[in-house]
Design a protein around this ligand. Structure first.
Ligand SMILES: [Zn+2]
Length: 485
């Protein structure tokens, strides 16, 4: 099997891949509880001759499947977790509260069912290539749980599982086809737990000490802090415990979960120390106590132009999906419910590319489904996108590049019912097949031209600026399912 047959092989296993993707959609398991989703991927890989390691990095729902031997060692990343509170119904064009009786209230509002299965397809195709050609090289599919709010890959990186690799490829379902060149933000997530004294709020308020007051004062303090932060920093919070439903009780318990983001981990650390002082100040003001519980962290994403170029050239070599009239009608119906202006995706991907930005805003603005690839540029510095991904910790360990592949209608908001609706449809299926083809072909390029991995490594070293990887997650902190916070 030569490289030209990789795409055909992926097509030939299309039915298997679509079935697995739909099954993971149906399971809709959230962070670190993706037992069935991980199992279906693991079992498929084992049946295809991969050596499968379970519980990689000590995480129950992580795994690593390897095939081949020797260098280069190429990683493909797979995710499969869902989001809570996005109760799902496939192919809906209006907001419908719940799906069938199997519905557990979770939903694949980020398309990780497609993500994991597209990566599986790529790994199976690379295995076919390695088996047929008997060339040196190893393919490793990493099953990475808990991307949503859990930073599973950051815990895996802390355990050292991404060390010693030569290249890593990943992808994400999006509304457009593009090399994903963003520098994403590093972050910390921390739970501040205040404890006070309960008392009758009318009869003996002087005896009570309110933990809810402390939460409110802390948030006010942090909102004043915002003015004195670097402009790229982002601070968000959710009050996760209000102390109950009774206003006539002085609330003895209050908890607030913070997410602190900045371009680099040392900047996040500095803001974290300042937020801690505000929390301690709020406790002092209210005569309550505060416990600071570190939940997770992830590093910023370091893009790689060398591997980005490999992905782009292989993207260009594929036939892009053609959409049927039925698919166009489905996308048009969803576009009518969309919140984003036409062509908005161009601004996400090409914010610092004036001429391209204007051209592609117009071209995408006239469409409901993306049937083109956004241009790649070898020179322009990558934009900072104000989000985060645990791919960051992988990118600090190995040269890493990612693509976005069109899996849903233009204008669809991320983490929405519209996205859930499309990730179990032929639109999503077409995207996952395309992603598998592009990533598999890129892996074959690196196998056939190991100098590409060497060039990528030189670029990666320069970007690290001699800062070795250091996990920001303290050693005693373990990954936790969302519902246990
Ligand atoms: Zn996602």
């Amino acid at each position: 099997m030569d490289k030209s047959r990789v795409a055909g092989y992926v097509e030939s296993i299309g039915e298997l891949l679509r079935g697995i993707s739909d099954a993971i959609w149906d399971y809709a398991e959230t962070a670190f509880e993706e037992y069935r989703s991980a199992a279906i991927l693991r079992e498929t890989l084992a049946r295809q001759g991969f050596e499968v390691e379970d519980k990689t990095g000590g995480i129950d729902t992580a795994f690593c499947a390897s095939y081949g031997s020797g260098k280069p060692v190429i990683a493909i990343l797979a995710e499969y977790d869902a989001l809570s509170g996005l109760s799902q119904k496939a192919k809906a064009v209006t907001e419908e509260a719940r799906g069938g009786k199997e519905d557990n209230g979770n939903g694949h509002g980020c398309g990780h069912n497609l993500l994991g299965t597209g990566s599986l397809g790529a790994a199976l195709a690379v295995k076919e290539y390695l088996a047929a050609n008997k060339v040196p090289g190893t393919i490793k599919l990493f099953g990475c749980p808990g991307e949503e709010g859990g930073s599973g890959k950051a815990f895996m990186a802390r355990a050292g599982v991404f060390a010693g690799l030569d290249a890593a490829f990943a992808w994400h379902p999006m509304a457009v086809n593009a090399v994903m060149e963003w520098k994403l933000l590093a972050n910390y997530q921390i739970l501040y737990k205040f404890r006070g004294k309960a008392a009758h709020a009318a009869a003996s308020p002087h005896l009570g000490r309110s933990a809810l007051d402390a939460v409110e004062l802390m948030n006010v303090g942090v909102n004043f802090l915002r003015e004195h932060l670097i402009p790229e920093a982002r601070l968000h919070y959710a009050i996760t415990h209000t102390g109950g439903f009774s206003p006539n009780v002085v609330q003895a318990r209050g908890e607030v979960l913070y997410l602190i983001r900045a371009p680099r981990l040392p900047q996040v650390e500095e803001i974290y120390q300042r937020v801690n002082k505000i929390a301690q100040g709020a406790a002092l003001m209210t005569e309550t106590s505060v416990e600071i519980e570190f939940i997770k962290a992830c590093a910023n994403v370091i893009p790689n132009k060398t591997l980005g170029r490999v992905l782009y050239d292989n993207f260009k070599a594929q036939d892009l999906p053609r959409y049927t009239e039925e698919e166009q009608a489905f996308a048009t119906a969803l576009a009518q419910t969309s919140l984003k202006p036409p062509g908005a995706e161009a601004a996400m991907f090409l914010p610092n590319r004036g001429k391209d930005l204007a051209e592609y805003t117009k071209r995408l603005g006239d469409k409901t489904l993306c049937d083109l690839i956004l241009p790649f540029d070898d020179e322009t510095a990558e934009p900072v996108f104000p989000g985060s991904s645990d791919v960051g910790d992988v990118s600090w360990n190995v040269p890493t590049a990612q693509i976005a592949v069109a899996c849903y209608a233009l204008g669809t908001a991320e983490h929405s019912w519209q996205l859930v609706s499309q990730t179990r449809s032929s639109l999503g299926h077409k995207g996952l097949i395309l992603a598998a083809k592009v990533i598999a072909a890129a892996c074959v390029d690196v196998l056939e031209h190991p100098e590409l991995a060497e060039k990528a490594a030189v670029e990666w070293e320069q970007r690290l600026e001699s800062h070795p990887y250091r996990s920001a997650i303290p050693p005693e902190v373990q990954p936790r399912p969302l519902g246990t916070l």
